[in-house]
Design a protein around this ligand. Structure first.
Ligand SMILES: Cc1cc2nc3c(=O)[nH]c(=O)nc-3n(C[C@H](O)[C@H](O)[C@H](O)COP(=O)(O)OP(=O)(O)OC[C@H]3O[C@@H](n4cnc5c(N)ncnc54)[C@H](O)[C@@H]3O)c2cc1C
Length: 339
């Protein structure tokens, strides 16, 4: 019989982030299908009471907590110690956590201390009787593996953006504080450097992924490049829709080669085999050929459309639901007017 321990870290404002509530949904769905499973929750943060109250209706047999200034920030030593202490206190056999950078970093180390195993980037949990099966994608999302393990405890981090957000009743939770053998704490987070909202073009939660390809910087029908227009259309569309901006490799590479390119694009925008594999309900590709190393990064984009002058581009070969064979400059100008 498995004991499922759900672990999350609490945000600065005392709440649980979307990814944490998605992992809670995943853990509870598993509990309901895994025969005879027990369910315990554990929260890490400066003060965990408000977060515990917000998930009081989750049906946990026990709500564990560690709190204090040592847990206000991501730090390997304190977070790994807290996860280890929770797993021991709950006698957990399965640990489920949101796949945040903070928890992904400590689960493998904690599993080693516990004599167990850890798997990150899990995209699905399912149970048949008492057998737990997990899913993990490999080789840039080209292959999907479904597997089980005998080792316990099994620590699992759930990738964000897959499960629905848990939305049960709040209440008053009774939190059992756990003693943590905290080692010497040396690392301090002294601040964050973040780009201003205008420069922030990568929006993982956006409904739409807008991809710009190298065609935006190529010579057009009049024999000229129109990079300033391209910038205006792309930024205008992003401003009006709050879409997330992706790019092909060719377009971001051009900058490194000293060509006249779109100033707001970096390698972080690159989608594909050697770039990112974001999750958005819809995607619109513009001036991008749709070659396989690029399109493999669209694996989790459900509805795909593309605008390309070439009716025989990669998108036409079964990679997009809809291909508009058209000039993206003209189409985007009109779309922005309509928006
Ligand atoms: C090992 C390896 C890894 C790779 N990893 C990645 C990766 O992670 N991501 C990635 O993107 N690529 C990757 N690539 C490169 C990839 O194969 C392509 O070279 C790249 O995606 C091409 O970028 P593009 O489509 O923007 O440019 P191009 O191939 O130059 O295509 C430009 C397109 O714009 C169109 N166009 C031009 N003007 C207009 C207009 N006015 N209106 C509409 N359409 C227009 C043209 O018809 C053309 O189809 C990788 C390659 C290798 C070998």
């Amino acid at each position: 019989m498995e004991t499922i321990l759900y672990i999350a870290t609490v945000e600065k404002d005392g709440s649980l982030a979307k990814g944490a509530l998605e992992a809670l949904y995943a853990a509870l769905e598993l509990k309901s299908t895994l025969s005879g499973a027990k369910f315990v929750a554990g929260l890490i943060g400066t003060d965990v009471q408000a977060a515990a109250n917000s998930i009081a209706g989750c049906g946990a047999e026990k709500m564990l907590g560690v709190s204090g200034s040592d847990y206000s920030q991501a730090r390997y030593s304190s977070d790994a110690a807290a996860v280890t202490a929770f797993a021991q206190a709950a006698q957990a056999t399965v640990v489920i956590a949101p796949g945040t950078s903070r928890l992904n970093r400590v689960l493998p180390g904690a599993s080693h201390r516990l004599g167990g195993v850890a798997d990150l980037h899990i995209t699905s949990l399912s149970a048949d009787g008492s057998d737990l099966t997990v899913v993990h994608w490999h080789y840039r999302q080209r292959m999907k593996a479904e597997y089980q393990r005998k080792n316990r405890p099994w620590l699992l981090a759930i990738d964000p953006g897959i499960y629905p957000v848990w939305s049960g009743a709040a209440g008053t939770a009774s939190v059992e504080m756990v003693d943590v053998a905290l080692p010497a704490v040396r690392t301090q987070v002294t601040g964050f450097h973040t780009p201003s909202a205008d420069e922030q073009t990568i929006r993982p939660e956006a409904d739409l992924l807008f991809v710009a390809g190298a065609g935006w910087t190529k010579k057009q029908a009049d024999g000229q490049t129109h990079t300033a227009d391209a910038e205006r259309y792309i930024l205008g569309f992003l401003k009006a829709t709050q879409a997330s901006l992706g790019s092909s490799k060719s377009l971001v590479d051009l900058g490194g080669e000293g060509q006249d390119v779109l100033g707001f694009l970096t390698h972080l925008n690159q989608i594909g085999q050697t770039g990112a594999t974001p999750r958005h309900p819809k995607g619109l590709s513009t001036c991008c050929h749709g070659e396989e190393p690029h399109v493999v990064g669209w694996r989790f984009v459900n509805e795909r459309r593309a605008i390309n002058l070439n009716a025989n581009c990669g998108w036409a070969h079964g990679k997009a639901d809809v291909l508009y064979v058209a000039d993206a400059f003209e189409v985007m100008k009109k779309v922005i007017e309509l928006l």
